[in-house]
Design a protein around this ligand. Structure first.
Ligand code: NAD
Length: 464
C-alpha cells in the first residue's frame, strides 16, 4: 500500500499550490484528481473565461478602429469555434505546464475519485479499479459546483451553468442571466460585447450587492451602455424552457431569450467523499466545518478552498492550502483573512478590497472618502478607456485606509497597491506622499488618496 505524509484531494488552485509546497518540504505527497487537472478555475472557470474576455476586448477594439486611427476593410465577424480553439489551446498549455510542475516537484499525481474508508485510508477508484492508500494527513480541496434553481434545472442545451456556457457552439442572439453576482455580471459584460442581447435578473435590490454601492451603480450604467438590461429586485415565479426560454417575474414581466445562464452561487462539492467515515462534520449549508488552522473536526484532516465555504475565491483557496500544509507539517498557523482583494472581470473591470463606505459607516466609523474619476488622468484618454472611478475610504480619526474600490481599466491589477496599503495599515497621507509614475492609471489611487483630504488637483474647488 502506498503511504503518504500528505494526500490532497482535488487539483484546483488550492490543491496544486499545496501539493507543490508539501512535496518541496520533503514529505511524500500525492494529489488525487478525478477530472481535468487544475480544477474548475483552470478548465471551466477563471482561465477560460478570461481568454474569452481577452477576445471580446480585442473585438471591441476592432470595432473602434476609426477612433484609434485605422480602418478595417470588410465586416468584423466573430467565429465562435475560433474563440473556443484559442481558449482550449490556452487551457491545454496551462494544464500540461501545471502537471509537469507538480510532478517535477515530487508529487505523485493519482487519477481517480477518492473517498474516505476511515480517517487515514482513502479508496481511489478509476477505470482500472480500486486501490487504497494511507495518508497521515489529508487535505480536502474538492471545490464547489454551480448551484441550480429548481425552476430552471441545468440541461446544457437551454439552461447553462457558468461552467458549461462557454462551450456553446454559436453566439446566442439573446440570453437571460439569473443572478447578478460575480459570474452573472462577468458573463453579461462578455456576451453583450460579443453581440448577445442580455437581460440580467437579480433578486436583490442591486447587482453586485456586496460591492460598494457607487461601484455597482457605475457597473449597472456601463452594462446598460453595452446594451444589457438589468432587472434588479425581481424574483422569478416560473420558467419555460421548451422552445425559447421564457421567464416570468413577480408582477407579470416575461423575459424571453434563446438561452439562460443560471449564476446564483456555488455549493461545496462533498458528494461521495465518505466524510462520515472519517468523522468530518459539515455545516448546515453543506460546507466542511474547519477551525482557524483549516483543520476539520477530524485530527489530521484539513479542508480548504470553496469546499470550506466563503469567500469562494481561487486566491483565497491557494492561501488556505498553504496554511493547511504548514499545519499538517506540525506548525500552528492561523489563516489570515484580513486583506482579500476582489477582482471582477467585467468591462470595465472592478478591483476592491476592505470595507465599503456603507460597511465602514455601519461599523460606526467616521470616514473620509476620496474619489477620482478615471477620466481625470491623462492616460485614460490616451488609452481610450475613460469610464470608471477610484475611491478610497479611510478612518477620519486615524487616517488609516480601510477600503479601496476601483472600477475601470486595469482595476484588477491596481487593487494590489491598495492591498499592500491595507496590509501595512498605511494612512491615506502616507499613500499620497508616494510618487506615482505619470502617465499611468495608478495616478487615480494617488489622487483618490489626496482627495480624502480635499487635496486632489482634480477635485473642483472654488477660490475665496
Ligand atoms: P454570487 O453569490 O456572487 O452571486 C449570485 C447572485 O444571484 C446574488 O446576487 C444573488 O442575490 C442572486 N440570486 C440568487 N438566487 C436568485 C434568484 N432566484 N433570482 C435572481 N437572483 C438570484 O454567485 P456567482 O456569481 O454564481 O459566483 C459563484 C462564486 O464564484 C462566488 O462565490 C464568486 O466569489 C466566485 N466567482 C468569483 C469570480 C472572480 O473572483 N472574478 C468569478 C466568478 C465566480
Amino acid at each position: 500500500m502506498d503511504k503518504y505524509s500528505i494526500a490532497i484531494i482535488g487539483s484546483g488552485p488550492a490543491g496544486y499550490v499545496g501539493a507543490i509546497k508539501a512535496a518541496r518540504s520533503g514529505v511524500p505527497t500525492c494529489i488525487i484528481e478525478k477530472s481535468g487537472f487544475g480544477g474548475v478555475c483552470l478548465n471551466t472557470g477563471c482561465i477560460p473565461t478570461k481568454s474569452f474576455v481577452a477576445s471580446a476586448k480585442a473585438i471591441r477594439s476592432a470595432r473602434r478602429a476609426q477612433e484609434f486611427g485605422f480602418e478595417i476593410d470588410g465586416d468584423i465577424r466573430i467565429d465562435m469555434s475560433a474563440l473556443q480553439k484559442r481558449k482550449d489551446r490556452i487551457v491545454d498549455i496551462e494544464r500540461k505546464g501545471l502537471e509537469r510542475l507538480v510532478r517535477d516537484s515530487g508529487v505523485d499525481i493519482i487519477e481517480g475519485t477518492a473517498s474516505f474508508v476511515d480517517a487515514h485510508n482513502l479508496a481511489i477508484n478509476n477505470a482500472r479499479g480500486e486501490r487504497i492508500i494511507f495518508a497521515k494527513n489529508t487535505i480536502i480541496a474538492t471545490g464547489s459546483v454551480s448551484a441550480s434553481l429548481p425552476l430552471m434545472p441545468f440541461d446544457g442545451a437551454k439552461v447553462f451553468s457558468g461552467e458549461d456556457v462557454l462551450s456553446v457552439d454559436r453566439i446566442p442572439a439573446s440570453m437571460v442571466i439569473v443572478g447578478g453576482g460575480y459570474i452573472g455580471c462577468e458573463y453579461a459584460a462578455l456576451f453583450a460585447t460579443l453581440g448577445t442581447k442580455v437581460t440580467v435578473i437579480e433578486a436583490l435590490p442591486r447587482i453586485l450587492n456586496n460591492a460598494d454601492e457607487e461601484i455597482s451603480e457605475i457597473l449597472a450604467r456601463e452594462l446598460k451602455k453595452a446594451g444589457v438590461k438589468v432587472l434588479s429586485g425581481h424574483k422569478i415565479i416560473s420558467a419555460e424552457t421548451d422552445g425559447p426560454v421564457s421567464v416570468t417575474l413577480e408582477g407579470g414581466t416575461v423575459v424571453s431569450a434563446d438561452i439562460a445562464l443560471v449564476a446564483v452561487g456555488r455549493k461545496a462539492h462533498t458528494a461521495g467523499l465518505g466524510l462520515e467515515n472519517a468523522g468530518v462534520s459539515v455545516e448546515k449549508n453543506g460546507t466542511i466545518e474547519v477551525n482557524n488552522e483549516m483543520m476539520t473536526t477530524a485530527q489530521g484532516i484539513y479542508a480548504v478552498g470553496d469546499v470550506a465555504g466563503e469567500p469562494m475565491l481561487a486566491h483565497v483557496a491557494s492561501a488556505e492550502c498553504r496554511v493547511a500544509v504548514e499545519n499538517a507539517l506540525g506548525r500552528h498557523l492561523i489563516m489570515d483573512y484580513s486583506v482579500i482583494p476582489n477582482a471582477i472581470f467585467t468591462i470595465p473591470e472592478i478591483g476592491s478590497i476592505g470595507l465599503t463606505e456603507a460597511d465602514a459607516r455601519a461599523k460606526g466609523m467616521e470616514v473620509h472618502v476620496g474619489r477620482v474619476l478615471m477620466r481625470s488622468v491623462g492616460i485614460s484618454h490616451a488609452a481610450g478607456e475613460i469610464s470608471g472611478l477610484a475611491k478610497i475610504v479611510c478612518d477620519s480619526i486615524s487616517d488609516a485606509i480601510v477600503g479601496v474600490h476601483i472600477i475601470g481599466e486595469r482595476a484588477t491589477d491596481l487593487i494590489h497597491e491598495a492591498g499592500l496599503a491595507l496590509f501595512q495599515d498605511l494612512s491615506a497621507s502616507t499613500l499620497s506622499r508616494m510618487i506615482h509614475a505619470h502617465p499611468t492609471f495608478s495616478e487615480t489611487l494617488l489622487e483618490a488618496a489626496l482627495d480624502t483630504h480635499g487635496d486632489s488637483i482634480y477635485t473642483a474647488k472654488h477660490r475665496g
